[in-house]
Design a protein around this ligand. Structure first.
Ligand code: GDP
Length: 324
């Protein structure tokens, strides 16, 4: 059992302790990494949130949706955490959720917790730290964890590996825009929500839902899907229309997957995936260490100039890494 002072307040649901624990797992300092690993290892098992991945291109209404949807859930007594996987933060160090005014009401809600995307060098690193943040939120007793990402392709696949359900937010659009959604994203979506189904856009939204429902029917149903899923629906984050039905569908799907055994199987496969990713990342980090790079460069010169055979030099290099 870890005697980390953050453990008890974290498990009591203290949001400040949660924020500090997430900062700890995001830290790259060696002493923090050891402490984070011990803390994560000491978390109680058996507390499960519904992890919902949410994606959509900028402007589709993600923050408006999360604000309205999250508030609806906290009003119903759910504790809601919002995390972000932002591929642009990997490049700029900025963050889509850095600006808390995006969800002003939810960020002041005592039943909610909002956390921006960690700044990391690689998207893979951002996703690995976000996964740990998800488990910290679960230990802190959150019922729903929303993991938001911008729709750019690669990040969705990673978020799907973090989530129990994947929701894709789309804007009402003409039929030809349907082709703009990448097949891979359609394939991981459990629920397609056509947002902005209000005012002048209401009729277009209804047509868009029908277009996507048709496209989804053409795709093969996955074993982890009940009849009728994946599903397309219209919502309005501004008026709140359709949000309660969307939540009903998410719960129904989650319930079905639990009952049929898919839930545990998916989480087990995800855990194995992240273990693998963690080991690979650690090995790559070892290769990137300055002393290793210097040694590699020296050996590469020896090989290039014919003093050593590549294979023998590689063996020697690997031997020294094993001993490291
Ligand atoms: P994000 O970039 O995906 O987070 O999108 P935002 O939530 O910032 O929304 C982009 C714009 O769409 C804003 O001007 C919102 O007011 C507007 N918007 C979001 N949801 C709706 C909706 O349900 N209906 C309408 N009419 N506008 C919306």
């Amino acid at each position: 059992m870890s005697d980390d002072p953050l453990l008890v307040p974290l498990c009591d649901g203290d949001r400040r302790a949660l924020a500090r624990a997430i900062t700890l797992v995001e830290s790259t300092r060696p002493e923090h990494r050891d402490r984070a690993a011990a803390l994560l290892d000491a978390l109680p098992t058996g507390r499960e949130a519904l992890r919902i991945g949410l994606s959509g291109t900028p402007g589709v209404g993600k923050s408006t949706f999360i604000e309205a949807f999250g508030t609806m859930l906290t009003e119903a007594g759910c504790r809601v955490a919002v995390l972000a996987v932002d591929p642009s933060s990997a490049r700029t160090g900025g963050s889509i959720l850095g600006d808390k005014t995006r969800m002003e009401r939810l960020s002041r809600d005592p039943g909610a917790f909002i956390r921006p995307s960690p700044a990391a060098r690689h998207l893979g690193g951002v996703a690995r730290r976000t996964r740990e943040a998800v488990t910290l939120c679960e230990a802190a007793g959150f019922d729903v964890v929303l993991i938001e990402t911008v729709g750019v392709g690669q990040s969705e696949t990673m978020v799907a590996q973090l989530a129990d359900l994947f929701v894709l937010l789309l804007a009402p659009a003409g039929g030809d825009e349907l082709q703009g959604v990448k097949r891979g994203i359609m394939e991981i979506a459990d629920l397609i929500l056509v947002n902005k189904a209000d005012g002048d856009l209401a009729a277009t939204a209804t047509r868009t839902v029908a277009d996507y429902a048709g496209a989804l029917r053409l795709m093969r149903r996955r074993p982890a899907d009940p009849e009728g899923f994946p599903k397309a629906m219209a919502v309005s984050a501004v008026t709140g229309a359709g949000l309660a039905s969307a939540w009903d569908e998410m719960q129904a799907l989650a319930e079905w997957r639990r009952r049929e055994g898919h839930w545990d199987a998916t989480r087990a496969a995800q855990a194995a995936h992240w273990f693998d990713a963690e080991v690979r990342a650690a090995l790559l980090a070892q290769l990137d260490a300055p002393e290793t790079r210097a040694r590699m460069a020296a050996m590469a010169r020896d090989v290039a100039e014919g003093r050593r055979a590549a294979r023998a030099a590689a063996e020697e290099m690997l031997e020294s890494l094993r001993g490291a």
